[in-house]
Design a binder for this molecule. Structure first.
Ligand code: MN
Ligand code: MN
Length: 363
């Protein structure tokens, strides 16, 4: 029997951009061009990542990045791909990468434009050798008026100033998820034609969830409000929440956020007492801010526990922040626990819970 071949009617990402551009009365196309180049960088990285050990690019690069983390070959390669693909287009004034201490100016050979690009070329790269989903994260800012040679200061803008944010996830399928400030939309890479197709329009994070993600091995470093939240969740039906919860931990921010966008949930890398110099694990400009915008645009919340992530005034390019994001009801609950704790209000449950009892042992 002959198979019926149907014409793909869902918009390509190009169609989506142009439709958005026509909606903005004074759009010049510069912005569309920036996102287009990012898309190409993600496709190039998807190809290399998808080759795995065949690419010869796996393993440690034998170097460290500015934050003292081990660089994988693919971290360095993905960064080079981002630079090569985005520097020439004429619409950017500068770039900031997780892998580079200082901002990268657009070389003199190319025209400069009104936007700044901030990115994590390969997120979750410690997972790459075990074939777990990794991704790229990006944020687009406006270059301050009159600035042609942007320095670090020009990139230190709160997340509310982002004009676009997104990530690519290199999993069983490659997807690009992005927001231009009007909802969050997911595109799946059709490898047969090399184009992203709009498969997940208007992604929404459900307000309620019974799933949370946290690195529980850090329990002893958590602050009391986070200990309280997790303790209540793991007590399940018998506890104050009256309901059983599931826990997840992939250790890949992109994969965690993607799961939350698809089916809801809560992700936490909270403030902890492990290292006083680091009030969090994730970086504000190219991890927390873009993910916060994506999650908010999908109806979710993103917080430090003590305030909206997107409103933080950055003080350094590679600044770290606590991140609590996902389903609205749960993020608001954790913010309430922080407020109560800071105001000296004791949780209404029996005190021993928070002293003698840990996540995995019963009192
Ligand atoms: Mn990262
Ligand atoms: Mn990275």
């Amino acid at each position: 029997m002959r198979e019926t071949i149907r014409v793909e009617t869902r918009p390509t990402i190009t169609e989506f951009f142009l439709t958005e551009q026509r909606r903005a009365p004074h759009a010049t196309g510069a912005f569309t061009a920036v996102i287009n180049d990012i898309r190409l960088a993600c496709k190039r990285i998807a190809h290399v990542v998808g080759q795995g050990a065949l690419s010869g690019a796996t393993g440690a690069a034998g170097s460290q990045n500015v934050q003292g983390e081990t660089q994988m070959h693919l971290d360095v390669l993905a960064d080079e791909i981002f630079v090569r693909t985005n520097e020439w287009g004429g619409h950017l004034a500068g770039l900031v990468s997780e892998e580079r201490e200082e901002p990268l100016l657009i070389p003199g050979a190319f025209p400069r434009g009104p936007y700044l690009l901030v990115y994590d070329p390969l997120d979750g790269s410690s997972n790459i050798d075990v074939n777990v989903s990794v991704g790229s994260i990006f944020s687009v800012l406006r270059c301050p008026e009159g600035v042609t040679e942007p320095g670090a200061r020009d990139f230190l803008q709160p997340g509310t100033k982002q004009v676009a944010a997104g990530y690519a996830i290199y999993g069983p399928t490659t997807m690009l998820v992005l927001t231009l400030g009007r909802g969050t939309h997911g595109f799946t890479l059709d490898r047969s034609i090399g184009e992203f197709i709009l498969t997940h329009p208007d992604m929404m994070v459900p307000a309620a969830t019974r799933e949370f993600a946290i690195n529980a091995s850090n329990e002893r470093f958590w602050e009391p409000p986070v200990r309280r939240y997790v303790a209540e969740c793991v007590q399940g039906k018998a506890g104050p929440r009256g309901s059983d919860f599931n826990m997840r931990w992939i250790a890949s921010l992109v994969a965690e956020v993607h799961r939350i966008l698809v089916r809801g949930g809560l992700f936490m890398y909270p403030r902890d007492t492990k290292d006083a110099a680091k009030p969090g694990r994730l970086r504000l400009l190219y991890e927390a801010n873009p993910m916060a915008m994506i999650v908010e645009q999908a109806g979710g919340c993103a917080s430090t526990g003590r305030g909206r992530l997107l409103e933080i005034e950055p003080s350094a390019l590679h600044q770290r922040v606590p991140v609590i994001l996902g389903s609205r009801d749960e993020v608001e609950r954790i913010e309430r626990y922080h407020r109560d704790h800071d105001a000296g209000v004791e949780p209404p449950t029996s005190p021993p819970l928070f002293h003698d009892r840990s996540l995995f042992t019963k009192a």
